[in-house]
Design a protein around this ligand. Structure first.
Ligand SMILES: [Mg+2]
Length: 177
């Protein structure tokens, strides 16, 4: 089956850690897995990606500052990302390795989403962004996407208000048609 190409595409932007794969929580904060063998796909994510594969571009947008912080290597990060791209049939992956909030690509800034928009001619107003942290929602809101916050009750303040808040990723089936 071929993806339907409209004049403008619609996309679902997925955060990586805590949305596509489980994020280990340390002191109430989610962390990135370092190695491929450590990752675990989030429950129901394979079915969800399959369901929307033909109506939306599936794009991962992920901050990976552990590279800049010298906690992890680009190679390890890329290995996980490439695995997810294949496994979940993602159309594309955008990564920001910066640790600097002034970086236009680092969420909550919208650079990665705008890069994707230019590349695929995406109608952002008809697109969704799904994230588990305030940074994701900030980026999605700034890009005028419909934002969906998966509230995992981390110990941090949610500075930005998402259009939708859910507890489990499965609930997006009631939101995205
Ligand atoms: Mg996350």
């Amino acid at each position: 089956m071929q993806k339907k190409i409209d004049e403008k595409s619609k996309a679902i932007f997925f955060d990586r850690d805590g949305v596509l794969i489980e994020a280990p929580v340390v002191d109430g904060k989610p962390k990135s897995s370092k190695y491929l063998h450590q990752i675990k796909l989030c429950k129901n994510i394979e079915e969800i990606c399959l369901k929307f594969k033909y109506s939306y571009l599936l794009i991962m947008v992920t901050n990976q500052p552990d590279f800049k912080r010298k906690i992890n290597t680009k190679k390890n990060i890329k290995t996980i990302n490439n695995y997810l791209k294949k496994k979940l049939n993602l159309d594309d992956v955008f990564v920001c390795y910066s640790d600097n909030d002034k970086c236009y690509h680092r969420k909550p800034n919208p650079g990665m989403i705008f890069d994707a928009q230019k590349k695929y001619n995406i109608d952002l107003k008809k697109s969704y962004l799904i994230g588990d942290r305030w940074r994701d929602i900030g980026a999605g809101n700034k890009a005028k996407c419909r934002t969906i916050f998966i509230n995992k009750k981390y110990n941090e303040k949610n500075i930005f208000k998402a259009k939708y808040t859910i507890k489990k990723i499965k609930e997006i089936l009631k939101i995205i048609k």
